[in-house]
Structures are given as C-alpha cells and as structure tokens.
Design a protein around this ligand. Structure first.
Ligand SMILES: [Zn+2]
Length: 127
C-alpha cells in the first residue's frame, strides 16, 4: 500500500435527518451508495431504528438460507415476509411448507421470531 492522503471524497446525506457526512472512498461510488453509507453512520434515532431493522432482516434471511438451502422459492417468500413483518406492514404471517408450519411474528420487544411446528400424526390400526 502506498501512502495516499488524497482519498476521493464524496458527501453522503442521511436519508432520515438529512445530515451530511463526508465519505472517504477507495474506489468510485455512486451518490446513492454514499447516502446509504451516511445513513449507516448517522446517529439519529430514525437511522438507528432503520439500521436495527436491517440487521434483524439480514440475520433472519441467513437463517432462511440455511434452513431452506435447496428451496429458493421458499427463501424468497421468507425474505419478503421478514421484511414486511419487521417494517410493521403486516403483524405476522404463517407459512405452510410440507408438513411444517412456520409462524413469523414481531413481539413488542422487537424480537423477530419464527416458530416452526410439525404436524405429527400417528395412527395405528388393529383389526
Ligand atoms: Zn440521520
């Protein structure tokens, strides 16, 4: 690495409070990306809430990717549900998949939860 005191700079704007921030970039970045980075680094309440939600969605998506590795359609469905539930667009949702029922909810403490239950039936016949 050579000595480089002249990193390119771009001004990003928090999408919530509008605070401007100078972003030092290694390569060229778009204004949109700069705004996103400024939002990430911003300390305003809205930005923190937003960041927290994004983190939650990200973790939930990772779970879905592990859980439904070979079912991209299910993963897409979960991803969209996680986003809607976390953003309070819907209160909760149940997804039936095979023998499983998965309930996605957001509780009052802000925890995003997936409860998975499997229907178990046992029948024994004697004649
Ligand atoms: Zn802000």
């Amino acid at each position: 690495m050579g000595k480089n005191t002249d990193l390119p700079q771009i001004t990003g704007k928090c999408r919530f409070c509008g605070q401007l921030r100078i972003i030092e970039t290694v390569g060229e970045i778009t204004q949109e990306k700069a705004d996103e980075m400024a939002t990430d680094q911003c300390d305003c309440k809205e930005a923190k809430v937003y960041h927290n939600r994004q983190q939650k969605i990200k973790k939930a998506n990772e779970w879905a990717h592990n859980r439904f590795e070979k079912q991209p359609n299910i993963i897409t469905l979960f991803e969209s549900c996680f986003e809607k539930v976390t953003n309070h667009d819907i209160k909760g949702v149940s997804i039936k998949e095979g023998e499983w029922t998965h309930s996605i909810t957001l509780d009052s403490d802000g925890f995003l939860t997936v409860k998975s239950g499997k229907k178990v039936n046992e029948e024994v016949n004697f004649s």
